[in-house]
Design a protein around this ligand. Structure first.
Ligand code: ADP
Length: 587
């Protein structure tokens, strides 16, 4: 009986152990089932979110959906999404759920020092969770805490939005009205949403950049079309009077010559000035202009500018006065370039002032600065246009009918030249029809201020003796007109338009001087110069190169080829005269 009882209780214990084992297995199965169910729920949630996002086209809506998804996943009461503005170094609110107007305004921009989870996450570059704002060191006593209380927010988490290469592009935040420590699993799901949000912001930023770039290109294209139209118009304008003048001369109306020639000269001068300005601007932008600085007085510069602009001022019958402080203000500048700036200002004053107006040029020294003011009583410039007129190709609307031609290049060029001299140009105008004042500022050269022995200003010398001049240029008109002029001045000339025949002519003609065009077909001027330098019979011949380009590079190439002097086209007659006079004297 005892044995039987022992056997039974053993069997009972075994059944009990088996039962416990079974129960534990059941519990495990239930746990796994629950876990599976949770994961299924997560997967379904993510699926719903993806479907929501795929459907959406507008970026603003997409941001909103991402915030909605985040609040759903985190079971939170509010949510927000911010983009990181790299220039400002701040987060900007771009979408939210549940925040009221004052909260939106209060947290529109958040910097790294703010007492918020997003401010802290921005500072640390990682997720920040605050389960209870009332017991948080960095939030305690802050204005943000007061705002949180007003908005009814008690806890929050902020997760940085990082692109695939780790760049911070924004922040996603969820808020609760109660104390809350989010579950790890929920945070993992949030990370998936954060990744999508980061991609979206990044994609949107590059699309925006692309849009801006294409807008700029479209604008540049429109600008170019407008510019070409103006250019064509401006270049054609002087051609009509020149053509008419030529026709008159052709039919031999000699009594018209005194009237027609100055007109043709003026129009041609105008065209040359336009083209020169354009070339100068392009040279400056390519860094191809170097200043030839010299010691010059303000008076020398102003005289030179006035000489250039006087015909235009006189033609419009303006009253013109010049006041400068004697002849002892010295500058260390490129005379030609600074005179070009001032004459640009004078020409504009003449152009944009109805005839019979007043133009005043005043020079003064304040401290170590020379100020040259050009004041006119003309049409004036609207306040909104003042900062713009120095931009390339800018012309004030509505002044076209007042303009006597122009491309909107002059002031851009003048300002760049002034800056190259460490100076500046400013403009003021009281407005419509009230005139303008342009002020050029340049540094005084104190080092030479006491030097009372300036170098002689070049003046044209009469040519006493005849020289033999060979002109080599494939542009027949340019060559022949130069020959004509030199002939009138008493020199003997010969013209070659085919570079291949130049050597033979040179050896036969034995010129004192050769004017040599550099850009010619078949044989360029550099090679021809080298050949000439190799001929003993021509070793006393002076070689002057004529080139459309006056860059230092071109000059260096000319010299290296054996050229004595590099002249830039169109060569001014007095430059040629002066060169020939020097050669006569040297002979
Ligand atoms: P352009 O004279 O060839 O048009 P500028 O660059 O010299 O080009 O000048 C740009 C614009 O500035 C002009 O088109 C004109 O509208 C305005 N402007 C320049 N100087 C004056 C001035 N003295 N008075 C009124 N407007 C001026």
């Amino acid at each position: 009986m005892e044995q039987r009882t022992a056997e039974l209780s053993q069997a009972l214990a075994a059944v009990e152990a088996q039962k416990q084992e079974l129960e534990s297995a059941l519990r495990q199965k239930e746990e796994i089932q629950n876990q599976l169910q949770d994961e299924l729920k997560d997967a379904q949630l993510l699926h719903t979110i993806s479907a929501m996002l795929v459907d959406e086209n507008s970026v603003g809506e997409l941001y909103q959906k991402l915030v909605d998804a985040a609040t759903l996943v985190m079971r939170s009461d509010f949510g927000s999404m911010q983009r990181f503005d790299e220039e400002e170094g701040k987060l900007q609110l771009i979408a939210h759920r549940g925040l009221d107007e004052s909260a939106v305004e209060f947290w529109q921009w958040v910097h790294a020092g703010r007492a918020t989870t997003c401010g802290k996450a921005l500072q640390l570059g990682q997720r920040v969770v605050v389960p209870d704002f009332e017991v948080c060191e960095f939030i305690e006593g802050s204005a943000d805490l007061i705002a949180f209380r007003q908005a009814g927010v008690r806890s929050a988490q902020s997760t940085p939005l990082l692109t695939r290469n780790g760049r911070l592009v924004g922040m996603i935040t969820t808020h609760w009205t109660r104390v809350c420590q989010p579950r790890e699993r929920d945070l993992q799901l949030l990370d998936i949403i954060a990744r999508q949000a980061a991609d979206l912001i990044e994609r949107n930023a590059s699309a925006e950049a692309l849009r801006l770039q294409s807008q700029r290109l479209i604008e540049a294209d429109r600008y170019k079309d407008e510019f070409l139209a103006t250019l064509a118009h401006e270049l054609r304008n002087p051609l009509a009077p020149i053509q008419n003048g030529l026709a008159l001369l052709k039919i031999g109306k000699s009594e018209q010559v005194p009237r027609v020639l100055p007109m043709m000269e003026r129009q041609l001068g105008h065209m040359v000035r336009l083209i020169d300005d354009l070339l100068d601007v392009s040279r400056i932008s390519r860094g191809m202009i170097t200043l030839k600085r010299d010691r010059v007085t303000l008076k020398t510069i102003v005289d030179s500018a006035v000489e250039t602009s006087r015909p235009m001022i006189n033609a419009a019958q303006h009253k013109f006065t010049v006041t400068i402080p004697g002849d002892n203000v010295w500058l260390h500048v490129d005379l030609t370039r600074v005179a070009q700036i001032i004459s640009n200002l004078l020409n504009n004053a003449a152009k944009y002032t109805p005839s019979g107006g007043e133009i005043e040029l005043v020079g003064e020294v304040t401290g170590s600065t020379v100020l040259v003011k050009v004041r006119d009583t003309g049409i004036g410039i609207a306040q909104t246009m003042l900062p713009k007129i120095f931009e390339l190709f800018t012309q004030v609307d509505g002044t076209a009918e007042n303009a006597q031609g122009g491309l909107g290049v002059g002031l851009a060029l003048a300002r760049r030249l002034a800056e190259m001299h460490d100076g500046s140009i400013e403009v003021t105008s009281p407005g419509d029809k009230a005139g303008s004042v342009f002020t050029l500022s340049l540094p005084v050269d104190h080092a030479v201020a006491l030097d009372r022995n300036p170098g002689q200003h070049p003046a044209s010398h009469p040519v006493g003796n005849a020289l033999r001049v060979l002109i080599i240029d494939d542009n027949v008109d340019a060559a022949e007109t130069l020959a004509l002029v030199l002939g009138v001045l008493g020199h003997t000339t010969s013209v070659v338009v085919d570079a291949r025949k130049a050597m033979a002519t040179a050896l036969e003609f034995e010129p004192d001087v050769v004017f040599l065009d550099l850009g010619m077909p078949h044989l360029n001027g550099f090679d021809l110069a080298r050949q000439m330098r190799g001929e003993a019979a021509l070793n006393r011949t002076y070689l002057a190169a004529l080139s459309g380009w006056g860059s230092d590079d071109d000059r260096a190439r000319s010299l290296e080829a054996g050229v004595d002097r590099h002249l830039t086209k169109p060569v001014k007659l007095n430059e040629v005269e002066e060169l020939l006079a020097q050669l006569v004297q040297r002979r």
